[in-house]
Design a protein around this ligand. Structure first.
Ligand code: SF4
Length: 755
């Protein structure tokens, strides 16, 4: 009985078309981007729904794009306030296709798992709650009440509240996320892993340790005023496309942009603004003034090299450093002791080029440093982010317009979820306030993050797993290990809009609870979200829901809460009636949300306080910002091995696959590809499109993955890149960043063998 579902595939099957390799694009967005935006919308949602969604996305009274967390302009909104990838995200949510109970029940989970991730997404919207019982391989329909009862019974059967785990994806609104955290804590656990554990956790840890807040310190307007923006480990053209408009503004106002990344991504090359007809027809705005192809994992060394140049030329803002910081002298001593030889060897960048970047930093009155997963998913990620902060502190780039730190978040409300309490290690002040305002006794022990959750379930310590959105199986590292761990859980519950692989690789029993999407009208009112720059604003869908059986996320969380705990002391039965009441509750727990309901009704919402940006002030033990000194890791790998990093294609958004093409990089019809430097290919006598086997090596463990087609690409020698989530299988679960426990998806030691 236990092995009834052993044949369910945890990875997308290897069925692909004939790979086509062209030249990487020199220009991002442009007319092709506009055409793609419309064509995907019309094919999925039809003309009328497409126009309706396009007209209201990211508008003051509209809904928040369910894509990335890039902010919208404060004072005005244009007619079409979205990018190609946003269009894909909302069009596929607004799709007319429906995965009805009879369709979902018509195949076993084994059969559905033979569908690729893209094919699963194209099945359309889930319409009714479904259950997968322990003695069946087929989902069947279940009523909402029976589903809630099943969860309540599972909670009653726990031996310990810490056998329950509550996962959150970055789509959840502030309101549903706050209730989700409350529900977990009412059961008695802080087991609240979230998708942030896998992406920007290192940013939160690094920034908090340096400047006392785990968030960025710039606003969108800062890009108009910056005279230098450094973009490190980030591919904005695909992952945060409207950031290109902000960078184009920097350029038009006389500023410079420097790109530091193993790959030169087309978005940073040249950009044609989709909303500006003159520029659409022209050659586009050149974005990066210079590109430096740092070796994978060499950012920290490069940043210390830049710091060395600035210190050697006394480009320090001494009055700022004196007044606002501590640890500067120790850091100067440390940087002076770092050898140029180590810097150039680890970073792969020549000294003369590092001097070039250092001179730009010295000459910048207002500097912004942006980064994303290319920085955060390394063993030394926290140290690298502290180094970014050191550079900013040295020049005094806080507390004034046009300057600051800009970690760019990839999921629309991932930042807001953390702000309202999705935290496996919450501060006691937050728990005290929750206890006071809800009447619920709060658990005080730390809970599991995402990696710890998998390790616990592998050791039979998790019996109930519930996910508020997302696709944890595909988002996590070490896919097969994660799948085997999840299969051991008694009940897994997913609150979702569409079918994904996490609904197929399940616990012994599983529930799917279908919810409203962002684009859809919610009769209980609007919800709120926080973007990457700390702006809290409303999101108000206007489409008719995909099914009359859907509940909102808040409705589902409240239903589960009421089923488990009734309405004493916490009024679970009242939560979904009026979202203003939830916001009042959040405000009473978190004073930074003062006048929440009033301020969020203003056009564009409101900024949450941010000491380093508004002051600068520093919420650190000494009330000063801190320079941290970190040694560069001198890492070597065995001969004939490579460092592999995972990346996204242009036709995907996080784990959602829209298509098989990566237009900007010129790769079509295939996702099982590995990018390799031509000289490395020659060394291994490998030709373009040859299939290879990749083996990762970590602490004596090997993971083997077959059928990767080689694509020659401009990438530093010894480095490889392959798409996420397919390459996640090669990232060992125990390979994590120090201090943040984020999987090291950008540093995987591998060997490559022709097949
Ligand atoms: S930049 Fe991000 S938030 Fe904005 S429309 Fe594109 S995907 Fe959506």
């Amino acid at each position: 009985m236990l092995n009834i579902r052993r044949d369910v595939k945890a990875q997308s099957p290897k069925k692909e078309g004939k790979i086509k390799i062209g030249k990487p694009k020199q220009v991002a967005a442009g007319i092709t981007g506009v055409r793609k935006s419309f064509s995907i919308g019309i094919s999925e949602a039809g003309l009328i729904r497409t126009m309706k969604t396009m007209r209201s996305v990211n508008k003051f009274d509209g809904y928040d794009c369910p894509g990335c967390a890039w902010p919208d302009p404060d004072g005005h909104r244009s007619s079409f306030e979205f990018c190609e990838n946003g269009a894909k995200a909302f069009a596929t949510e607004a799709t007319k296709k429906r995965l009805t109970p009879s369709l979902l029940s018509s195949k076993s989970v084994q059969e559905w798992s033979n569908f690729s991730d893209m094919e699963l997404d194209k099945l359309g919207r889930l319409t009714s709650p479904m259950v997968l019982r322990s003695d069946s391989n087929f989902y069947e329909e279940i009523s909402w009440n029976d589903a809630f009862d099943m969860i309540a019974e599972s909670v009653m059967n726990l031996n310990d509240p810490n056998e329950a785990v509550f996962y959150t994806s970055g789509r959840a609104s502030n309101e549903s996320a706050f209730l989700w955290g409350t529900l977990a804590r009412q059961i008695g656990t802080n087991n609240l892993p979230d998708c942030s554990n896998m992406c920007h956790e290192s940013s939160g840890v690094g920034l908090t340790s340096s400047i006392g807040i785990g968030k960025g310190t710039v606003t969108l307007d800062c890009f108009d005023k910056a005279d230098l923006v450094i973009v490190i480990g980030q591919n904005p053209g695909t992952n945060h496309p409207r950031m290109l408009s902000a960078l184009a503004n920097t350029k038009r106002n006389g500023g410079s942009v420097i790109s530091i990344n193993p790959l030169l991504e087309s978005g940073l090359n040249r950009f044609k603004h989709p909303q500006e007809i003159i520029r659409l027809l022209g050659r586009g705005t050149p974005i990066a003034d210079a590109h430096f192809p740092v070796r994978i994992g060499g950012d920290q060394a490069l940043l210390q090299g830049i710091a060395k140049v600035v210190l050697d030329n006394d480009g320090v803002n001494h009055s700022f450093v004196e007044e606002h910081t501590e640890g500067f002298d120790d850091w100067v001593e440390h940087i002076s002791s770092v050898k140029w030889e180590d810097i150039t060897k680890q970073s792969g960048i020549e000294k003369e080029h590092i001097i070039e970047i250092g001179n730009s930093v010295i000459n910048a009155n207002n500097m912004i440093i942006c980064w994303a997963m290319g920085v955060t998913q390394h063993e030394n990620a926290v140290a690298t982010i502290q180094e970014i902060t050191n550079l900013l502190l040295m020049g005094g780039h806080f507390g004034r317009p046009g300057a600051g730190a800009c970690p760019v978040r990839g999921h629309s409300n991932v930042q807001g979820d953390r702000t309202v309490g999705i935290n496996h290690n919450p501060p006691s002040s937050f728990l005290d306030a929750c206890e006071r305002e809800t009447g619920i006794t709060m658990p005080r022990d730390s809970g599991f993050d995402s990696v710890e959750f998998i390790q616990a379930s592998r050791n039979d310590k998790v019996r109930l797993f519930m996910a508020l959105g997302g696709n944890i199986l595909s988002a996590m590292s070490d896919t097969e290990e994660v799948a085997n761990s999840i299969r051991k859980i008694d009940l897994t519950v997913q609150i979702s809009t569409k079918l994904n692989r996490s609904h197929l690789v399940t616990g012994k029993q599983a529930l799917i609870l279908p919810c409203l999407g962002r684009t859809e009208f919610d009769q209980s009112g609007f919800v709120t979200v926080e973007n990457s720059m700390g702006v809290v604003h409303s999101s108000n869908g206007n489409l008719e829901p995909a099914s009359t059986s859907l509940l909102s996320e808040v409705g589902i969380v409240s239903g589960i809460g009421y089923g488990i705990a009734g309405s004493d002391p916490f009024k679970w039965d009242e939560m979904s009636k009026d979202y203003d009441k939830i916001r009042d509750l959040i405000e009473s727990v978190l004073p930074i949300f003062s006048n929440y309901n009033d301020r969020v009704r203003q056009n564009g919402g409101f900024y949450l306080p941010n000491g380093p940006r508004d002051g600068p002030t520093w919420d650190t033990p000494s009330s000063k910002a801190i320079f941290h000194s970190n040694s560069i890791p001198i890492r070597s790998i065995k001969e004939n091995r490579f460092i592999l990093m995972t990346i996204r294609s242009h036709d995907q958004y996080n784990t959602t696959i829209y298509g098989m093409d990566d237009r900007y990089r010129g790769i079509y019809n295939s996702r099982r590809i590995v990018m390799m430097n031509r000289l490395d290919m020659d060394d291994l006598a490998i030709n373009e499109k040859d299939e290879v086997q990749i083996t990762s090596h970590f602490m004596g463990r090997k993971i083997v993955s077959d059928n990767w087609k080689v694509v020659p690409y401009e990438i530093p020698r010894g480095n490889l890149a392959a798409y996420f989530p397919e390459a996640n299988v090669l990232v060992p679960l125990e390979s994590v960043a120090k201090g943040s426990n984020t999987p090291t998806s950008k540093w995987i030691e591998v060997s490559v063998k022709p097949q």
